[in-house]
Design a protein around this ligand. Structure first.
Ligand code: SAM
Length: 158
């Protein structure tokens, strides 16, 4: 059972999904790449500007994010196959288990990148460092864990 209480200053979205283990897309990602062959294997901070277009219902959830120069982006690699247990990425006979790779081909094709956050305007985040195709569904955004320091650590026993 989930806690329905909210604290002062918090807000909820009307259509939050209730089913366990279902994902909700919070927007989509705009990048210059429409073909996998052009898309980098991993993003880099000197890559091109890309945008995270967050659905309007989730705009309040962005409050405070502008304080972070780097953020973590999670996305759904929607054009991936999902059935490979082992993969030979270099086509040279070297085979790895799917979970030993960062390949987009996996049972739940979640991609993650740490990106540089340039600006946020009307719910659209301009970032550098992505590696996904144009139109990739956006799953989540978090402050970079290396920079995220809780204001107060929990007291022992609390
Ligand atoms: N940085 C993420 C990670 O490590 O979790 C993703 C890495 S994955 C190797 C990036 C590759 O996934 C791209 O080079 C491209 O071939 C592929 N890709 C990008 N967007 C995709 C999408 N929407 N669906 C399927 N494959 C995608």
């Amino acid at each position: 059972m989930t806690d329905k209480n909210i604290r002062a200053g918090e807000a909820t979205v009307a259509d939050a999904p209730a089913d366990d283990a279902r994902l909700t897309f919070i927007g989509l990602i705009r990048t210059p790449w429409t073909d996998r062959r052009d898309c980098p294997r991993q993003g880099s901070e000197d890559g091109p500007e890309c945008t995270l277009v967050v659905d309007e219902a989730w705009h309040p959830a962005l409050a405070g994010l502008e304080a972070y120069a780097t953020i973590e982006v999670l996305y759904w690699l929607d054009r991936s196959r999902r059935d490979l247990l082992t993969q030979s990425p270099r086509a040279d006979g070297t085979t790895f288990g799917t979970f030993a790779l960062r390949s987009p081909v996996r049972p739940n094709p979640i991609g993650t990148s740490i990106v540089h956050l340039d600006r946020i305007e009307h719910g659209t985040l301009t970032v550098r460092g992505l590696d996904c195709l144009d139109g990739t569904p956006l799953l989540d955004i978090k402050p970079d864990r290396a920079l995220f320091i809780p204001k107060a650590l929990p007291k022992p026993g609390v």
